[in-house]
Design a protein around this ligand. Structure first.
Ligand SMILES: [Zn+2]
Length: 84
């Protein structure tokens, strides 16, 4: 009976060891997947239209430009200075 108890403890220990190894392997695998670089899939970039400031000639994106009566300007101060 004593040997049966020892055998049970040993078998439980082996089961516990194998179970922990399987859990650790699963965690390593999920960590590897989580830290893997995502596939870079960028949408095709739309070219930004650049304009030159009518006052000073600075090139800037059209979205950032101030549009006046005579063209585009880098700042409102340049628009006022050119249109005055
Ligand atoms: Zn300017």
């Amino acid at each position: 009976m004593k040997y049966l108890l020892v055998l049970g403890v040993v078998l439980f220990g082996i089961w516990l060891w194998r179970h922990n190894r399987a859990v650790a392997a699963r965690e390593r695998e999920s960590d590897r997947k989580a830290t893997a670089k995502p596939v870079l899939r960028q949408p095709p970039s739309v070219p930004t239209q650049m304009v030159a400031c009518t006052q000073c000639g600075l090139h800037l994106p059209l979205a950032d430009a101030v549009t006046g009566q005579n063209g585009h300007y880098c700042t409102d101060a340049h628009r006022r200075a050119h249109e005055a």
